[in-house]
Ligand binder design. Structure first.
Ligand code: NAP
Length: 259
């Protein structure tokens, strides 16, 4: 098996990674950073996000498995105390949990300006001035939003930034897109839904504005300046992330570890 390890940049994760390499060599795993079959992350859910973006052009060839150096995460099935169990498990045939990435296209007057993918969420945020956004769902006008911005998350991202802005948590057996307001303005003159909206997974959400000056598109931990953007289209893509699963971890157990 060809593998690589992506680790968080702290002393414990580095030391753990060194020992993991030694143990993997012992069971005839071959390190190959360019063409791995299995990508092992050592760190947290954030480390997994970095690993996925690092291999975003090779998603068809690779699968991911995570070891958390803290508590149980949403993308990690093992904690660092379970190394022996992990080493025994990865000799078995895995099943795969598949998650589509969120695809975001940003258009300006001259056409497509940005085209990016995210696992957790894609969000527009303007912390400089009130952002006006016309929201279309499957090309049908839905509402005019005023506020800091809007967050579009998929099932896995429902427990991430979406949860910090009081979005709904989506059960791991459901595939959906969620549209959540970020600091919406609601009074006599301005009104929008003011509630998280959970949509069917094949929905296309379009955010339009005369101006996105001062706004950023933030996708997972990455960002783009929305200067000269007029229209943003967001949907679930056919780019799939595969998590190699060797044991069943209860979703409700993962959720409980959040609080
Ligand atoms: P980061 O430090 O990598 O992540 C921030 C926190 O979010 C970490 O504790 C991370 O867990 C956790 N997290 C990431 N994905 C998650 C998920 N799907 N469910 C539950 N928790 C999750 O921060 P960053 O470098 O700015 O990365 C951005 C990501 O952090 C975004 O995708 C965003 O959704 C997420 N996040 C941001 C906020 C916020 O800004 N208020 C709040 C929550 C989550 P680990 O400690 O295990 O790495």
């Amino acid at each position: 098996m060809r593998y690589t390890i992506i680790h968080r940049d702290d002393d414990f994760s580095k030391e753990f990674t060194k020992n993991l390499h030694t143990a993997l060599r012992f069971i005839n795993f071959e390190e190959n950073q360019e063409h791995p079959q299995l990508i092992i992350t050592v760190g947290g859910d954030g480390t997994m996000l970095h690993a996925i973006h690092q291999y975003i052009d090779k998603l068809k060839e690779v699968s991911f498995v995570g070891i958390h150096t803290g508590t149980l995460g949403f993308f990690t099935d093992y904690t660092c105390d379970e190394l022996d169990e992990f080493l025994a498990d990865i000799l078995k045939e895995p099943t795969f949990r598949e998650h589509p990435l969120i695809e975001t296209k940003c258009y300006g007057d001259t056409g497509l300006r940005h085209h990016v993918y995210a696992l957790n969420e894609s969000r527009v945020e303007n912390i400089i001035q009130t952002q006006l956004i016309k929201v279309y769902i499957n090309n049908e006008f839905f509402e005019k939003f005023r506020g800091n911005g809007m967050c579009i998350s998929a099932q896995l991202g429902s427990t991430a930034y979406n949860r910090s802005i009081s979005g709904a948590i989506i059960d791991s057996r459901l595939q959906a897109l969620q549209l959540t307001e970020i600091s919406g303005i609601h009074h006599r003159h301005y009104r929008s839904l003011n509630s998280p909206l959970v949509l069917h997974f094949d929905t296309v959400i379009t955010l339009q504005s005369e101006s996105f000056e001062g706004a950023m598109l933030i996708y997972d931990y990455l960002n783009i300046n929305l200067h000269q953007t007029k229209c943003i289209e967001v949907k679930l893509s056919d780019k799939i992330v595969k998590f190699a699963t060797f044991k069943k971890v209860s979703y409700y157990n993962r959720l409980r570890s959040l609080f």
